[in-house]
Design a protein around this ligand. Structure first.
Ligand SMILES: Nc1ncnc2c1ncn2[C@@H]1O[C@H](COP(=O)(O)OP(=O)(O)OP(=O)(O)O)[C@@H](O)[C@H]1O
Length: 769
């Protein structure tokens, strides 16, 4: 780079930086002032609310004053919030005002535009920095030098791109810069990818690649299916996409209207800093286990991890399979299918009122409303209504009946006796919030208290009606199981197994989506209409039944689903195009689009070439030209030597890297290894409720490593017995592809069949005999 150019850029940076610092200081002052003012008004407001409100005139006046104060506090808080947000953005800009520059000729005008995480406009209304999400900034990501176009509200605008420059700026200092003709040049990307693994995922705003940009800037698809190979930036791209959508639809969309389903809690925490680093608030995050547990309160919901562990144990010990495991296996494929959900729908819409599984509403062992009575209420509603409307009307009838019951009971003797026995202070407690003048006579006052006493007695019944406790969805689902399996000899066994689990307050994962769907369809509950975008990461781990339920639960949400079928641990592998068709038709979505990402960024070229070779169609994956050591495959004569080799490798890797992971196929193996190694190393054994990924050696089962990455990954006990079929391939591929810089595999003397097909030149061999 010409030193003169560098000097010019340094001077430019200095002046922009100064302006940002100045604005930051001014705004901090403004913020502090606003904060003091809010505290003052708030104090004033609490004083005012303490004013005696007994006299009616005073009360009216105070009310008006309080309202005014309240509005003032709300207004001040809002402007404080806005200032806080601006300060946060300026703080990010202070550190690195921009990362790119584009020079364009547009209709004869020559312009230099600097691109950063948010816009910065000076006092003359000139853009010193353009937000990376501004339409014109797309040229930085998409364009090579020459003729380019970008979107404007008036349609496409043509321009000529004459220069594209990238900067590496830290703490307001220019570290390096490059001119490039590529989409986004290699040097900066090389630099970003060569770093050590960090506690939190970094944003990729400066180096977004063209194919990722297509995902980020898509605003028209109702279903965007991203199928990308391991490490291709799927997660990175969707987090950038969320930031983009928030910018693009600033007025209609807030972070609270976006939900991301993440694979585990470690992952949720790992990605939690990306949006704040882009100046945006985090979306809501939830794991499937959390979501289901929240909707099936009172039951212990089987997690995906538990189901996987059970599968692993069953596979390792086929001779131990019980009748229940066999039934579970037998019904698994049916229960996770779209057909099953369709049958639920059909059952729910054609259900005869007689078969509705209502249950008694009981208070202190006495039936308040019997199941038969509730059935009658249901039967009295209009037949032509949908079941959920009839259910809601039944609920209304129950509320009305309860109200009548309260009125009847108000004048009963026990209520009268209770009022008589009240102390003065208890009596007055019942009248809190009421004006003396509200009652004409003492009898009115007593009736008012009587109503409260009876209402208190029936509060639990009110809750029970409100929460639909008069409907037994589990009994209903058992009835449905009986109904769908009538032809099968196994029907009674299937129903028995489900009922037994419910009695033990447990539910199998396969039953969750169908049960919830049935409940929602019959009761009209469970739908959240306010969510505008639903993102599902690691979608290959979701069943079609679960996706159908999620679409039902968030009916207004646009879907972005991302995954890699090669990393399927829990389900069968499906080809991307088939997946799109299947999802689109079953979820009934128009405007669907699939984007495939083939370039892998996470690992060194050597590691990617190795992992590619594991897959039957691995040729489609492109590795990124960042070099390192070839993966090391150590063949050992026995378990003792495996352990020796493992310790030696871990010792040397821990000297080189902050984050080293020993990834296993299941939790029991992780536990065994942790026990064995903790004598020699500080070890962290990670479990499914852990959130933090500490430095040093982590031992974890593969399902917890989903979506994560480590400087070095080690696998041991790779024996031909354990790694042979396609299911094991998913496990092996997912583990290997977590490695950024080093990969070590410790095997038995005989290589497992899955490794035998890898060309020798793709790895270094060592022997430990
Ligand atoms: N354009 C990019 N610029 C810089 N780094 C990138 C880019 N794209 C991806 N990366 C890096 O590559 C790594 C993998 O990205 P990410 O985790 O988003 O991939 P993924 O497709 O979700 O992976 P997996 O499916 O294997 O979990 C991360 O370290 C990410 O920062």
């Amino acid at each position: 780079m010409d030193p003169l150019n560098k000097q010019k850029e340094q001077d430019h940076l200095k002046s922009v930086h100064q302006e940002i610092v100045q604005r930051y200081d001014d705004l901090t002052e403004e913020y502090e002032q606003a904060h003091t003012e809010t505290t003052l008004v708030e104090n004033n407001y609490t004083q005012n609310t303490k004013i005696n409100t007994f006299e009616i005139d005073d009360q009216m006046e105070t009310n008006a004053e309080v309202q005014q104060q309240k509005q003032l506090v709300a207004k001040n808080l809002l402007s404080e919030k806005i200032l806080e947000q601006q300060l946060h953005q300026l703080n990010l800009l202070k550190d690195s005002p921009y990362f790119g520059r584009i020079d364009i000729n547009e209709d004869g005008d020559h312009e230099k535009l600097y691109i950063g995480t948010s816009s910065f406009i000076d006092e003359n209304d000139d853009f010193l920095v353009y937000d990376w999400r501004a339409p014109i900034s797309s040229i930085y990501y998409n364009g090579t030098l020459g003729a380019v176009t970008y979107d404007t509200p008036r349609g496409k605008q043509a321009a000529e791109l004459t220069k594209k420059r990238q900067f590496n700026i830290k703490n307001g200092k220019l570290i390096s810069m490059f001119d490039t003709n590529e989409v986004v040049g290699d040097e900066i990307l090389q630099n970003a990818l060569g770093q050590n693994s960090a506690e939190y995922m970094q944003n990729i705003v400066a180096t977004i690649q063209q194919e990722q940009n297509a995902i980020i800037r898509d605003t028209t698809s109702n279903l965007l299916l991203v199928q990308g190979v391991a490490g291709s930036g799927k997660t990175s791209a969707i987090l950038q996409r969320i930031a983009y959508l928030l910018y693009h639809s600033r007025k209609e969309l807030s972070a609270e209207q976006i939900v991301l389903f993440s694979p585990n809690l470690l992952f949720s925490n790992y990605i939690s800093q990306v949006l704040p680093s882009l100046g945006e608030k985090n979306m809501r995050q939830v794991t499937l286990a959390e979501f289901l547990a929240q909707r099936l309160q009172g039951l212990h919901v089987e997690t995906l991890f538990k189901a996987y562990e059970n599968q692993m144990t069953a596979k390792a010990n086929p001779h131990l399979a019980t009748l229940d495991t066999k039934i579970t296996e037998l019904t698994h494929n049916a229960k996770i299918s779209a057909d099953f959900m369709e049958q639920i729908k059909h059952y729910a819409t054609t259900l005869n009122p007689i078969d509705f599984q209502f249950c008694d509403i009981i208070l202190d062992s006495k039936i308040v409303f019997s199941a038969a009575q509730i059935k009658e209420f249901y039967a009295s509603t209009a037949e032509n209504l949908a079941p959920q409307q009839r259910f809601l009307e039944t609920k209304d009838l129950l509320f009305k009946a309860l109200k009548d019951q309260v009125i009847t009971e108000m004048s009963s003797d026990w209520v009268y006796d209770q009022i008589e026995s009240l102390s003065d202070s208890e009596y007055h407690d019942y009248l809190i919030g009421k004006q003396r003048s509200a009652f004409q006579e003492i009898a009115d006052e007593q009736a008012y208290i009587a109503k409260q006493i009876v209402e208190n007695k029936y509060a639990k019944i009110y809750d029970a009606i409100y929460n639909d406790f008069f409907f037994d969805v589990y009994a209903q689902y058992a009835d449905f199981l009986q109904f769908v399996a009538t032809d099968s000899e196994a029907a009674p066994l299937i129903v028995r197994l489900f009922n037994e689990q419910i009695e033990m307050h447990k539910i199998a994962l396969d039953d969750c989506a169908p049960v919830l769907y049935l409940r929602d369809l019959l009761t009209g509950s469970g739908q959240n209409h306010s969510i505008a975008h639903l993102f599902i990461d690691e979608m290959q781990d979701y069943t079609l039944a679960q996706l159908i339920y999620l679409k039902h639960a968030f009916p207004n949400a646009k879907l972005t689903l991302l995954g890699d079928s090669e990393q399927a641990l829990f389900n069968e592998l499906v080809l991307p195009a088939d997946l799109l068709n299947e999802i689109q038709s079953n979820l009934n979505i128009s405007k669907a689009k699939i984007v495939q990402l083939k370039q892998s960024y996470r690992s060194t070229q050597e590691i990617t070439e190795f992992t590619k070779a594991l897959l039957p169609d691995g040729d489609e994956i492109t590795s990124f030209a960042r070099n390192g050591n070839k993966p090391l495959v150590i063949r050992t004569s026995d378990r003792k030597n495996r352990d020796l080799a493992l310790k030696e490798q871990l010792k040397s890797l821990l000297k080189k890297y902050p984050k080293v992971a020993l990834i296993t196929r299941d939790l029991s193996e992780s536990k065994k290894l942790a026990k064995k190694l903790q004598v020699n190393f500080p070890v962290t054994l990670l479990k499914d409720n852990d959130r933090n990924l500490p430095d040093g050696l982590c031992i974890l089962p593969i399902y917890l490593a989903k979506g994560l990455e480590f400087d070095a990954v080690v696998m041991t006990n790779l024996t031909p017995e354990l790694y042979q079929d396609n299911h094991d391939l998913g496990i092996l591929y997912t583990i290997c592809s977590r490695a950024m810089h080093e990969l070590v595999l410790i095997t038995s003397a005989d290589l497992p069949p899955l490794l035998q097909k890898i060309p020798f030149e793709l790895y270094t061999s060592e022997f430990y005999f």
